[in-house]
Design a protein around this ligand. Structure first.
Ligand SMILES: *Cc1c(COP(=O)(O)O)cnc(C)c1O
Length: 471
C-alpha cells in the first residue's frame, strides 16, 4: 500500500485530542477509559489504512457507534416467527415464569443443592427432582444429565461398554447438530448391532442378534421422521419380553418425550414417558427442553438397580446439571402436578394450543406497520399457513396457523428483494426471523405474543433505497 501522504496524516487527530473531546464523556462513563482508548486507536488505524477521513468526519461519533455495536450481547433475543415452536437453533422451549423465578433465586443465593437439610449431611442433587419425576412417570428411580444426548451416552457407556447394543436399522437416527446414533454408540464404547432393514424389522431379527455379548436392546423413537408404507417394527412391549427373556435391559430413547397426553391440546398422540415405562422398558431417556417445556436437560428414568449403576459411572459427574437448571427444572415439573393449568403456565403448550383467532388479532394489529415500512415494493397480506412443533417432535404434525406474507411486488428480481427483506428484518434491534415460503417472507403469528413490542421494533426498519425504487 502507498505510504499515507503527510498532509493526510496531519488531518487525523491524536488519541489524546479525541479523548479530551467533551462529546465523548458519555461514552467514557459508560464503557470506561480503557475500552474507549482502545476503540479510538482502532478507528484511527482504520482511517489511516483506508485513507478516508475528512475534517467533517466525527471521530467521536464513529468511536461511540462502534463501542455501542460491540456492547450488544452476542446472545440476543429474537422474534421467532419461523413457525417452529421448539426451534433448536433459537433455543427451543421458552421457560415458564415460575421456573425463571426459581432459577434467579438459585443464582443469587447459596442453595441446598447437595445438602440434606434434615440431618445436615451431604445430599445428592438429583434428589431434588427424583420424587417428582417418579410420580409423573411411574418409574422407580430417575437421574438427570446435561441433555438427552448425554443420557443416551451415559446409558450406553454404563450398560454396553465392550458389549453389543441391538438396534433396528429403521431407528438409526441422526438428530440435527451431529447427534448420530452410530457415532454416539462408538464413543460410548458399545458395539452397534443393526438388525432388520430400513422399513421392516421383525422379532426374529432381534432374536438372531441376541447373544452372550448383548449389553442391551435399544429402541429409538424416530422423532424427526416417519417411515410409511410397507413397514414393520417390533413394539416396545414385545421387545421388553424378549430382552428380559435374555436377561438384558430394554432402553427406550423417547427423544422429546412428554409427561402428558398431548391430545389435551388438540395435538396428535405422542408416546408419554409413563406409557413407555408401563410397556416394560427398563430405562427411558428424554429431553427437558423439547415438549416438556423446561430447561435443557436429559432424563433417565426406570429401574432403581440400573439407575444406581449409572450414578456410579464417573461419566455421570462430567454430565451433571448445575443448580440454575435444576431450580428451573424443579419448578417446571411442579407445574405438571396441575395439568389443567399447564396450557397457561407453560409457554410451550400455550403456543402450541394458541387459538387461530388470537393470531388473527395479532396479525391485524401489526399489519399496518409492516405495510408502512415495506412500502410499495412489497405486498403484505395475511395467509393461512402451518406451524410445526419442532425439535423432532411430532414431525409430520402440521398445526394450522396464520402468517403474514411479505411478497415482492414484481417478480423480476424478486428473489434478491426477498433476501433483502429478510435481511432487513434480521437487522432490527430485536431481529425478526421468519421463513421463506412461496416466494414470500412468511412471518408465522403463532409465537408473536408481544404485538406492541413488535410494532415499536419494526418501526425501526430500513430497507436499502434500491429495493423500493425497483417498484
Ligand atoms: C432430540 C433427541 C435426542 C437428543 O436430545 P437432546 O436433548 O437434544 O440432546 C436423542 N434422541 C432422540 C430420539 C431425540 O429426538
Amino acid at each position: 500500500m502507498a505510504k499515507p501522504a503527510a498532509a493526510f496524516l496531519r488531518k487525523l487527530p491524536s488519541v489524546d485530542e479525541v479523548m479530551r473531546d467533551e462529546a465523548l464523556a458519555p461514552a467514557r462513563d459508560r464503557f470506561g477509559r480503557t475500552a474507549v482508548v482502545a476503540m479510538i486507536r482502532r478507528v484511527l488505524a482504520q482511517a489511516r489504512a483506508a485513507r478516508e477521513f475528512s475534517a467533517e468526519d466525527s471521530f467521536v461519533g464513529r468511536v461511540t457507534a462502534m463501542l455501542e455495536a460491540e456492547a450488544q450481547p452476542k446472545l440476543r433475543p429474537v422474534y421467532n416467527l419461523t413457525g417452529t415452536v421448539l426451534h433448536t437453533n433459537l433455543g427451543r422451549a421458552l421457560i415458564a415464569e415460575a421456573a425463571i423465578e426459581a432459577a434467579a433465586i438459585a443464582m443469587r443465593n447459596a442453595v441446598a443443592l447437595e445438602f440434606n437439610l434434615g440431618d445436615g449431611r451431604r445430599g445428592e442433587r438429583d434428589e431434588l427432582v427424583r420424587e417428582l419425576l417418579c410420580d409423573l412417570t411411574g418409574a422407580e428411580d430417575a437421574t438427570i444429565v446435561n441433555n438427552n444426548a448425554a443420557a443416551v451416552l451415559l446409558v450406553l457407556n454404563t450398560l454396553s461398554r465392550g458389549r453389543e447394543t441391538i438396534v433396528s436399522r429403521g431407528e438409526l437416527i441422526e438428530i440435527g447438530g451431529a447427534f448420530r446414533m452410530p457415532e454416539i454408540m462408538s464413543r460410548a464404547g458399545a458395539k452397534l448391532v443393526e438388525v432388520g432393514t430400513t422399513n421392516r424389522t421383525h422379532k426374529k431379527d432381534y432374536v438372531g442378534a441376541l447373544g452372550p455379548k448383548t449389553g442391551l436392546i435399544l429402541k429409538v423413537h424416530t422423532s424427526n421422521y416417519r417411515i410409511e408404507g410397507f413397514t414393520k417394527e417390533v413394539g416396545a412391549r414385545e421387545l421388553a419380553v424378549l430382552a428380559h427373556g435374555h436377561k438384558v435391559p430394554l432402553v427406550n430413547d423417547l427423544g422429546s418425550g412428554t409427561l402428558i397426553d398431548l391430545a389435551r391440546f388438540g395435538l396428535a398422540h405422542e408416546p408419554t414417558v409413563a406409557e413407555a415405562i408401563s410397556e416394560g422398558a427398563d430405562l427411558v431417556t428424554f429431553s427437558g427442553d423439547k415438549l416438556l417445556g423446561g430447561p435443557q436437560t436429559g432424563f433417565i428414568v426406570g429401574r432403581r438397580a440400573i439407575i444406581e449403576k449409572l450414578n456410579k459411572n464417573p461419566m455421570k459427574r462430567a454430565l451433571r446439571v448445575d443448580k440454575i437448571r435444576l431450580a428451573a427444572l424443579e419448578a417446571t415439573l411442579r407445574l405438571y402436578r396441575d395439568p389443567d393449568r399447564l396450557a397457561q403456565a407453560l409457554p410451550t403448550f400455550r403456543l402450541l394450543a394458541r387459538p387461530i383467532d388470537e393470531m388473527k388479532e395479532t396479525a391485524q394489529r401489526v399489519l399496518p406497520t409492516l405495510e408502512a415500512k415495506f412500502g410499495t415494493g412489497f405486498t403484505i397480506k395475511t395467509v393461512p399457513c402451518t406451524s410445526q412443533v419442532g425439535s423432532g417432535s411430532l414431525p409430520v404434525e402440521a398445526l394450522p396457523s396464520l402468517g403474514i406474507a411479505i411478497t415482492p411486488a414484481v417478480s423480476r428480481g424478486g428473489g434478491r428483494r426477498l433476501t433483502v427483506a429478510a435481511a432487513a428484518l434480521r437487522e432490527l434491534p430485536v431481529p425478526v426471523i421468519g421463513r421463506i415460503e412461496n416466494g414470500a417472507v412468511l412471518l408465522d403469528m403463532r409465537c408473536l405474543v408481544d404485538a406492541d413490542g413488535f410494532i415499536a421494533n419494526v418501526a425501526r426498519l430500513t430497507l436499502p433505497e434500491a429495493s423500493d425504487a425497483l417498484a
